[in-house]
Design a protein around this ligand. Structure first.
Ligand code: URA
Length: 209
């Protein structure tokens, strides 16, 4: 079973509280999501592989460390996932960014891909899929499947808030994918919103409500 890791760093929790607050306007919401994504990325990248190298300082040779593993790719699930990309890129500026868009078929209720554009060297990269809300888990599971079908092997899922239903769905479909959240909330309501959640992440990010 994949790991569920709730990142309870005080700065992440404080900023998440402001993000949840209905009085937080679009500009602040966007900035806070960006900041939390950066802080979460810092925690998520703790296990990146390092190698020892010699580096010449102005006074001597130092045994130092540098990243040695695969390069990274970030994949936002459209549209709300876009709000988390820049925060991650602040820490990993060389990462490539793929995009995936999904809608729910009204008949089957299954997620359908309407847009996918990935970096060409998928097999050479480890991936972080980002989406603020892990609600039913349908989109996240489909995005992971899509990446795997294109050759990705090592994938992490990073969301601000998850519902137990979404966590379960992703864990069942993809037991190899670790899930990182800033908070695990109580449940989904009948409209598929996370309770207490933060409302519609896309609308709050882009001011479309
Ligand atoms: N998507 C959102 O934006 N909010 C939710 O609560 C659930 C899904």
């Amino acid at each position: 079973m994949s790991n569920l890791i709730v990142l309870d760093h005080p700065l992440i929790q404080h900023k998440l509280t402001m993000i949840r607050d209905h009085r937080t306007g679009t500009k602040a919401f966007r900035e806070l999501v960006d900041e939390v994504a950066m802080l979460m990325a810092f925690e998520i990248t703790r296990d990146l592989a390092l190698e020892e190298v010699d580096v010449e300082t102005p006074v001597a040779t130092a045994k130092a460390k540098r990243l040695s593993g695969k390069k990274l790719g970030i994949v936002p699930i459209l549209r709300a996932g876009l709000g988390m990309v820049n925060g991650v890129l602040k820490l990993i500026p060389a990462a490539k960014v793929g995009h995936i868009g999904l809608y729910r078929d009204p008949q089957t209720l299954q997620p359908v891909e309407y847009y996918v554009k990935m970096p060409p060297d998928i097999k050479e990269r480890d991936f972080i899929i980002v989406d603020p809300m892990l609600a039913t888990g349908g989109s996240a599971a489909a995005a992971i499947t899509s990446l795997k079908q294109r050759g990705a092997v090592n994938i992490k899922l990073m969301c601000l808030i998850g519902a137990p239903e979404g966590v379960k769905a992703v864990q069942e479909a993809h037991p190899d994918v670790d899930i990182y959240l800033a908070a695990l909330d109580e449940k989904l309501n009948e409209h598929g919103y996370i309770i207490p959640g933060l409302g519609d992440a896309g609308d709050r990010l882009f001011g479309t409500k």
